[in-house]
Design a protein around this ligand. Structure first.
Ligand SMILES: O=C(O)Cc1cc(O)ccc1O
Ligand SMILES: [Fe+2]
Length: 346
């Protein structure tokens, strides 16, 4: 499935982060503390005397358009497109925006995001711990006689309470259960340098592991600017089907395997065992191009929420958003058969 860019509400329609949060797909159940949800946020207005906390799990934010100025109980975070942030279960936050704002959220119900084990990569590489930033304590001692609204997502539904003072009244904190942000530009890319196409797990920024060794509940993977240098290889993503669900989004630029139709602020979902791969244009280009070192994805940031769970799409994702691209399959239709049983190596 593929979606055109989700619409951000126009300026005459005032929508804050809470009102603009929509669930596209998911699996599992927050009641059983097992599963994930993928949301988008589409808003244009700051949350005023209003905060939100998620009782169901942890949120990984991937802003695509517009800066997020986030006040949390632990302090403030400014998160721009091409940065990500994680706000864990239970932490109250309020989001100010500067105009039309859009982004993606991966929510995990079971466990926390962590850096992937680096195995033979060793001590450093991919997302380095030094580049993750946590806020410093910030507080306000502010009475709000008209009421400060506290909204929570609990078992997938929103509930609201009012209190007479700002909840951002934490003067100091210690420990490691705190929100954090990370700039995707700092990702240290590792890739194949001789032949073959590496599994995109080599681009894992953060993972949420399951109890099964080697199986992630969800990985957050990026396709960053890099060199392609492999010889004797079809360099773009291979045609494949696999045991994971792949939800992809585009922060900026053009994804190499789908230069047309997959636009910033849109998305695609390749479900478990559904075959997919590069479009016709990419296939022809990569099959006929000279294999000299080339830059890939300059000015681009595509990402994938890859999960071992089988995702169901919500009514909002299928109908309400009105963004499903029913012509997606056409990008593969011109592909021709190239097999010649009489061909012999020279
Ligand atoms: O399908 C996709 O575009 C994502 C993807 C990229 C890649 O380089 C290899 C496998 C894969 O699923
Ligand atoms: Fe894929």
């Amino acid at each position: 499935m593929r979606w055109k860019p989700y619409d951000i509400p126009s300026s005459d329609n005032v929508v804050d982060f809470v009102q603009g949060l929509h669930t596209v797909c998911g699996a599992g159940d927050p009641k059983a503390r097992n599963g994930i949800a993928i949301h988008v946020y589409l808003c244009n207005t700051s949350m005023v005397n209003l905060c939100f906390y998620n009782s169901d799990g942890n949120f990984l934010f991937v802003p695509q358009q517009g800066r997020l100025k986030i006040t949390t109980e632990f302090g403030k975070l400014t998160v721009d497109p091409n940065e990500i942030c994680v706000i864990q279960q239970g932490i109250r936050f309020s989001i100010e925006v500067e105009g039309p704002t859009r982004g993606y959220i991966l929510e995990v119900f079971d466990a926390h995001f962590q850096l992937p084990y680096l195995g033979p990569i060793g001590a450093n590489g991919l997302a380095n711990p030094r580049d993750f930033l946590t806020p410093v304590a910030w507080f306000e001692d502010r009475d709000v006689p008209e009421g400060f609204r506290v909204v929570t997502k609990f078992q997938g539904k929103l509930f609201e309470a009012k209190q007479l003072h700002s909840p951002f009244d934490v003067v100091a904190w210690h420990g490691n259960y705190a929100p954090y942000k990370y700039n995707l530009e700092y990702f240290m890319v590792i890739n194949a340098t001789q032949f073959d196409h590496a599994d995109p797990s080599i681009f894992t920024v953060l993972t949420c592991p399951s109890n099964k060794p080697g199986v992630a509940i969800a990985d957050f993977v990026i396709f960053p600017p890099r060199w392609a240098v492999q010889d004797h290889t079809f360099r773009p993503p291979y045609y494949h089907r696999n045991c994971m669900s792949e939800f992809m989004g585009l922060i900026k630029g053009n994804y190499e395997a789908k230069e047309d139709g997959f636009a910033p602020g849109g998305a695609s979902l390749h479900s478990i065992m559904t075959p997919h791969g590069p479009d016709y244009k990419c296939f022809e280009g990569a099959s006929n191009g000279e294999l000299k070192p080339v830059r890939v994805a300059d000015g681009t940031q595509a990402f994938m929420f890859e999960t071992s769970l089988s995702l169901a799409v919500t009514k909002w994702g299928e109908e309400t958003c009105q963004k499903l691209d029913h012509t997606y399959y056409e990008c593969w239709q011109p592909l021709k058969k190239h097999f010649d049983p009489n061909w012999k190596p020279e």
